[in-house]
Design a protein around this ligand. Structure first.
Ligand code: ADP
Ligand code: MG
Ligand code: ZN
Length: 499
């Protein structure tokens, strides 16, 4: 498939005003599913967490998961929404193999939360107010895996597998009002919005919020209108964009694609589109009209949800500190420079650093690990740092060993490599790889003697005050010791010898 023609981005935003609308699905981390007692668990054997209710056998009766309602209310409150005094579920009817019931139990005209807003700050400090239309409860569908073919999509596949473990997992869908005024920053704004939602639900611990697992998914609506025109342009809806980076790229791509079509007298078709992460383009999905007929009707098997004012207020009282406030507080506590802190936030490292500090590392050391070595490794593997096979607690443990002199920096990097390679906990890696700082002074002195014999002028230079001459000897000793000597101690010993 070839890319469509694109207008250069600068030219596109010069001619057109960009309007975006974001629908974010958040999978809740409740113990059980939305309407039955099946486990809500990622990674189980396919089709083991299923029952007559979530696969819709005739006569099965659903009931609402109270915890899921509580989490939905909490999300609504965190987004500044009003909470409905009463609301109902509805059946959204459609046929697709990932939906054994042939309808999705969702909310339609009576969402649990509505009318909120969220202030979003971009990397450059610009801030925007995004208005939230509603947040409603629904259930997830099963997961299809298309086998064969080249794209992983249904077209061209030899066969498809379906796993209903995810069917019936509670979701909250958060829908924005159309967002104007993003200007040339619309793609960044879309990404920052999704990041903010993810940060909120993660801080609240109502979702695992792991985008690579699909816990947070975004449908990005984009339309353009000629500058000065009142009427909104026709939108496209790019479905299931599953990383923050992709949200930005997909919106940018749609702007450039639509601008090219419009500038050449074409029209935009209201349709869903797919984002191809690997090659960075969107392709046409299905045509979708506003009046798409899902034959919504109120769910007859569930009573309305009527959260009492007391309950809502107790949920409000238990909300954690909002992420913006938390950032301000941490920034002060950690003592990073403004630039360091901004880099941490922009690189999405706040949470891992927080967890590493909680586990006992000093903030600066935690920052250096995650924004240095570990970010580099994650980048090279095209992952987020959270996807690396090392936890904040392990990083903190390794850092503690550096601080106590049991590991040199270089050895610590080896330990990290070992943990990442699945060799076990830091202690086990140290054991297996034989990584111990050589503290046997005799061995150090012998190595220093050898190095000095090879570079006889060094001691004289040190005596003349050229301390940097010691570097060559320290280097040779470290090499002889396989990097496992304490460099600071070696330096001390060399300087002593020059006295
Ligand atoms: P759908 O069922 O088609 O997904 P929703 O109401 O759930 O409709 O979501 C539509 C999203 O698109 C909302 O975020 C809305 O603000 C946004 N939107 C509506 N019209 C436009 C438009 N012309 N351009 C960009 N976004 C739009
Ligand atoms: Mg929608
Ligand atoms: Zn079930």
């Amino acid at each position: 498939m070839s890319k469509e023609q694109l207008m250069p981005y600068e030219k596109a935003i010069e001619q057109f005003e960009v309007v975006i609308g974001l629908e974010v699905h958040v999978e809740l981390n409740t113990k059980s599913k939305m309407f039955c007692g099946c486990k809500n668990e990622f990674g189980s054997e396919p089709n083991t967490n299923v029952c007559p209710i979530c696969i819709g056998l005739p006569g099965a009766l659903p009931s609402v998961n109270k915890k899921a309602v509580e989490s939905s209310i909490a999300i609504g409150l965190a987004l500044g929404c009003d909470i409905a005094k009463t609301c109902r579920f509805a059946r959204k009817n459609y046929f697709y193999p990932d939906l054994a019931k042939n309808f999705q139990t969702s909310q339609y005209d009576e969402p649990i939360a509505f009318g909120g807003k969220l202030s979003i700050e971009l990397a450059d400090g610009q801030s925007f107010n995004v208005e939230i239309e509603r947040a409603h409860m629904e259930e997830d569908a099963g997961k299809l895996t298309h086998v064969g073919g080249s794209t992983g999509r249904i077209h061209g596949a030899d066969f498809s597998l379906v796993d209903y473990n995810r069917a019936g997992v509670p979701l909250v869908e958060i829908v924005t009002k159309p967002i104007f005024g993003g200007g040339d920053k619309a793609p960044e704004l879309a990404a920052a919005y999704v990041r903010a939602i993810r940060e909120i639900v993660k801080t609240m611990n109502v979702s695992d919020a792991r985008m690579e697992r699909g816990n947070v998914r975004c449908d990005a609506n984009v339309s353009l209108r000629p500058k000065g025109q009142e009427k909104l342009g026709t939108r496209t809806e790019t479905k299931n964009v599953n990383s923050i980076r992709s949200v930005e790229s997909a919106v940018r791509y749609e702007i450039q694609r639509q601008a090219h079509i419009l500038a050449n007298g074409g029209t935009i078709i209201q349709e869903t589109r797919h984002w191809h992460e690997d090659r960075g383009y969107t392709s046409s999905g299905r045509v979708k009209s506003d009046a798409e007929d899902y034959r919504y009707f109120p769910e007859p098997d569930l009573v309305p949800v009527e959260p009492s004012a007391d309950w809502v207020e107790s949920i409000r009282a238990a909300l954690p500190e909002n992420p913006e406030k938390r950032r301000k507080r941490l920034s002060a506590e950690w003592g990073f420079s403004e630039l360091e802190f901004r880099d941490v936030v922009n690189a999405d490292l706040l949470d891992v650093i927080y967890a590493t500090v909680e586990a006992g590392a000093k903030p600066q050391a935690a920052r250096k690990w995650w924004s240095g070595e570990l970010a580099r490794i994650a980048n090279a593997e095209n992952k987020s740092v959270e996807e690396l096979a090392i936890t904040p607690a392990q990083v903190a443990e390794i850092q503690t060993l550096i601080d106590s002199g049991e590991l040199t920096d270089r050895m610590a990097r080896d330990v990290v490599a070992g943990v990442l390679a699945g060799e076990g906990e830091p202690r086990a890696v140290i054991e297996q790889r034989g990584l111990k700082v050589v503290s046997d002074e005799g061995a150090l002195i012998a190595a220093i003697d050898l190095a000095l014999a090879a570079q006889p002028d060094v001691l004289e230079k040190i005596r003349e005050g050229k301390l940097q001459a010691a570097g060559a000897v320290i280097g040779a000793v470290m090499k002889a010791m396989g990097g496992q000597a304490d460099a600071a101690r070696v330096r001390e010993l060399v300087l002593e010898r020059a006295k």
